[in-house]
Design a protein around this ligand. Structure first.
Ligand SMILES: *[C@@H]1O[C@H](CO)[C@@H](O)[C@H](O)[C@H]1NC(C)=O
Ligand SMILES: *[C@@H]1O[C@H](CO)[C@@H](O)[C@H](O)[C@H]1NC(C)=O
Length: 831
């Protein structure tokens, strides 16, 4: 098109120059309206209006297109079509359309030119509306990125003049001059890109022309920032702290640390792991999920082993190079009361002496609990009962001490239960038993089964036989309870008791060392001692009363009438005038035994005339049964049997010769007369008797007074005198005392022998006991007709050779008669 127009133009130019001289030129702007008048062609060509019509004036375009036409009526050249300068002339600065004006008749040819002036009817224009750029984050500052230039068909000032860029921090616009005076826009990187901040930049590039008004064209530049791995994964926190109970279940997720990577794609894909050189303790207890970072518990936690774990976690992206971030997870294990307290015996318990004072340390105990805090706070308790206490010393250490008096005899050992309890929840406890034995101390004396023993022993026993066995026990143990027996020395009848008995020191059996004679020794006592082997040893005493039992080992001894002369009968005289019931004589016998063994009875065994005499069974009195007849023999003989009541019976006989005399009055033995006879022996006896009487009387009086005083005092303080009977007793005196009563104011008709015991005793009883209960017997002594006292003595001497005799007579002078007090005391019950 262009070239065609250019060719045409050249043709017209040459032709017109040659053929046409004066050339007409019009100038119009492009894009005028159709019908717009370009110029008055008729006038300019010098033609009249009629010529135009007549000569058929017409306009022909050399190019063929008819942009113009001639208005025949007015002769004006008008625009026939839209004229686009850019279409006709392109970018050439001048645009002239040559026209041929042809007039017929005659044919004339005129040439005119229409200059088309440019108007700014085109905007600058980019080839595409959008430009996409991809720039790496790492692009250096100052880097230029060429942009597409815009085009503008207008020319001159209406053509493209400048570019502008919408505001952007990172980019600016630079214009690069290129050959031909053209300018090319370029993007200039003002500062480093950060994809993470702005991943896409959208910039509007505007091209402006120089027209008036200015026209512009734009294009959208989209810059995508390409990621590079310039960010490391970042954890939300540097340090995560969590607490985990030591009994937590395996498999639970304990924490999920989050890490983000600002990069994208694989540069931002994070994988989690434990740091290298993570200790095995962590590895065995925890697991981490590669992708999610969840840390799970896989092992058992034990607060007592590890109280806290520090886990270093790494988050790595997948970029190249890989970048990593770190964080630390601190897992504090919280204590769970999973350990029961433990009781430890720091020292083994020692045996304790039973006399240990309260507070004596028996053992040292400590308590442990592996837990901590309240879970590890241990308290110890003792079971109630045993007299022990726990005394706390420094931290969880205790001393087991006694808290009271101990007595091995009531409890020889203790099993003390100790309970340890912690203060945790749930509370745990444990118990332990400690064995404490109590050692013996000699604190118990041996004790006899009885405080006193009564032993009854028949007289005449075999020496060396067991008399009795005492026994004592001791509550202590071992040597402290080992008892040895002994007999404490004392005197029995002025002889050491050790000559009577001995004791088996091991088992307390007491043996007699000789046989006993009741008649000499009725009772004695032994002090027995039991002694243990402790240190110091303890002892206790017991009394053994040994009572000798009487055996009937003595025959009755006839005291009167005396048969000392052996055969020569003693003669009793009686008057024939005596009436029935006359007391002829009295047979007197004694028996050294006692009780039934000494209970004497008399019986007339033989008589010259049994009808004349009778013997009183109990008193031995011989009386006449009837009056004496003339024909009765003057010499009568009686055989009297005397028996005791013992088992077996012992008996004796006495023969009484009686002489019946005529005209004989009651014969009276004048003792004083007889005594005054110059008989050596009689005189001496009389003297003894007097001395005895006097001394006994005085002694009795004194004793009586003393006892009376004592008794009054005693009764004031302790009531009855009888309570003090033992004080009064004097059975230590082993001597057998016989009282012989005889009347002293005439010839001895008979002798009364009182086979009782000692005077002192009877006196004691009398003085101590009330008169109502006295065992006393009053016997009136009557004058005897014929008897020599010498014979009495000799009989006594003969029949009781071992005895010591005491004669006693008490006289009540006022009544001319005497009475005697005698007392039989049966010490021993016959049963
Ligand atoms: C004591 O020992 C003696 C001698 O061994 C023995 O004969 C006696 O029977 C014992 N007495 C007791 C009570 O065991
Ligand atoms: C036992 O008797 C002895 C001698 O009489 C005496 O020394 C001792 O103290 C008595 N022991 C006791 C426990 O009474």
């Amino acid at each position: 098109m262009k070239w065609k127009w250019l060719g045409l133009w050249w043709y017209h130019f040459v032709l017109l120059r040659i053929t046409i001289e004066g050339q007409t030129r019009y100038s119009i702007p492009e894009e005028v309206k159709r019908g717009s008048v370009v110029g008055n062609l008729a006038k300019d060509l010098g033609l009249g209006l009629s010529d135009i019509l007549d000569r058929k004036l017409r306009v022909a375009s050399e190019a063929g297109e008819q942009y113009f036409s001639v208005d025949a009526g007015k002769g004006e050249l008008v625009v026939n079509d839209r004229i686009d300068r850019e279409a006709l002339c392109g970018q050439s600065t001048s645009c002239i359309l040559p026209l041929q004006v042809v007039i017929e008749d005659p044919l004339q040819l005129h040439r005119i030119e229409v200059e088309i002036r440019d108007i700014n009817d085109n905007s600058p224009n980019f080839l595409s509306n959008e430009i996409s750029l991809y720039i790496a984050e790492s692009a250096a500052v100052g880097t230029r990125f060429p942009l597409e230039s815009a085009g503008d068909p207008d020319v001159g000032s209406n053509s493209l003049k400048s570019y502008t860029l919408s505001k952007n921090d990172c980019f600016s616009l630079k214009i690069k001059e290129i050959e031909g005076g053209k300018a090319a826009p370029e993007l200039f990187l003002e500062k480093t890109l950060d994809r993470e901040k702005t991943s896409v930049h959208k910039i509007l590039l505007t091209a402006l022309d120089g027209g008036n008004p200015v026209r512009s064209g734009t294009t959208q530049i989209t810059i995508t920032v390409l990621d590079i791995n310039d960010n490391f994964p970042v954890f939300e926190k540097n340090l995560y702290k969590i607490s985990l109970g030591e009994k937590s279940l395996k498999g639970i997720v304990i924490i999920k640390p989050r890490a983000t990577d600002a990069d994208e794609g694989s540069n931002g894909e994070v994988e989690f792991s434990f740091a290298p050189r993570t200790p095995p303790s962590v590895l065995s207890a925890f697991d981490i999920h590669l992708l999610t970072g969840e840390i799970t518990l896989k092992g058992d936690l034990d607060y007592e082993t590890v109280k806290s774990y520090d886990i270093d976690v790494i988050a790595k992206d997948k970029g190249s190079p890989q970048m990593e971030g770190h964080c630390r997870v601190q897992v504090d294990v919280t204590d769970f009361n999973d350990n029961a307290p433990e009781i430890v015996f720091t020292s083994q318990p020692k045996p304790v002496r039973e006399d240990a004072p309260s507070g004596t340390v028996v053992a040292l105990i400590s308590a442990k609990d592996l837990d901590s805090g309240d879970n590890g706070k241990v308290t110890l308790h003792l079971a109630k009962g045993p007299p022990f206490n726990l005394k706390p010393s420094f931290s969880n250490n205790y001393a087991l001490v006694t808290s009271g008096t101990l007595d091995r005899e009531s409890a020889s050992e203790y099993n003390i239960e100790i309970t340890a309890t912690d203060s945790g929840t749930p509370q745990l406890s444990s118990t332990k038993t400690i064995h404490v034995s109590i050692t013996d101390v000699n604190d118990n004396p041996p004790s006899f089964s009885q405080s006193s023993y009564n032993v009854y022993l028949k007289e005449n026993g075999l020496p060396g036989s067991i008399l009795y066995s005492v026994s004592a026990s001791d509550l202590d143990s071992g040597e402290n309870a080992k008892i040895s027996y002994s007999i404490l020395d004392s005197k029995v009848q002025d002889v050491s008791v050790s000559s009577y008995v001995y004791i088996n020191s091991d088992n307390g059996s007491i043996y007699s060392m000789h046989s006993f004679d009741y008649e000499k020794l009725k009772v004695f006592q032994i002090q027995v001692q039991a002694k243990d082997q402790g240190s110091p040893s303890l002892s206790s005493n017991a009394t053994v009363h040994v009572f000798i039992l009487d055996q009937n080992d003595n025959t009755p001894a006839v005291i009167y009438p005396s048969s000392a002369a052996l055969g020569s009968l003693s003669h009793q005289r009686m008057p024939r005038s005596a009436k029935a019931g006359h007391l002829v004589t009295k047979v007197t016998a004694v028996d050294a035994d006692s009780g039934h063994n000494a209970w004497i009875s008399y019986r007339l065994a033989e008589a010259t005339d049994a009808s004349l005499f009778t013997v009183n069974q109990y008193t031995g009195e011989v009386r006449t049964k009837r009056a004496v007849y003339e024909q009765d023999d003057s010499s009568q003989r009686l055989l009297i049997e005397i028996k005791d009541d013992g088992q077996p019976v012992q008996s004796a006989t006495a023969t009484v010769s009686i002489l019946l005399e005529d005209g004989l009055h009651e014969p009276i033995l004048d003792l004083r007369h007889k005594m005054s006879e110059p008989s050596k022996k009689t005189g001496r006896i009389t003297l003894y008797l007097i001395l005895s009487l006097a001394s006994v009387s005085v002694l009795s009086l004194v004793t009586f007074l003393i006892l009376a005083v004592k008794c009054i005092r005693g009764s004031r303080s302790s009531g009855s005198c009888c309570m003090r009977r033992s004080d009064c007793d004097d059975y230590k005196n082993p001597n057998r005392n016989l009282q012989i009563q005889l009347n002293t104011d005439g010839p001895i008709k008979y002798v009364e022998v009182l086979g009782g015991d000692m005077i002192s005793q009877s006196q004691s009883f009398r003085s101590c006991m009330s008169p109502m209960s006295e065992y006393s017997d009053f016997t009136l002594i009557k004058p005897s007709s014929t008897t020599d006292f010498k014979e009495v003595i000799s009989v006594l001497d003969a029949s009781l050779p071992d005895s010591t005799w005491t004669f006693e007579s008490q006289q009540v002078s006022s009544k001319n008669s005497s009475y005697s007090v005698h007392t039989f005391v049966y010490w021993l019950a016959s049963g």
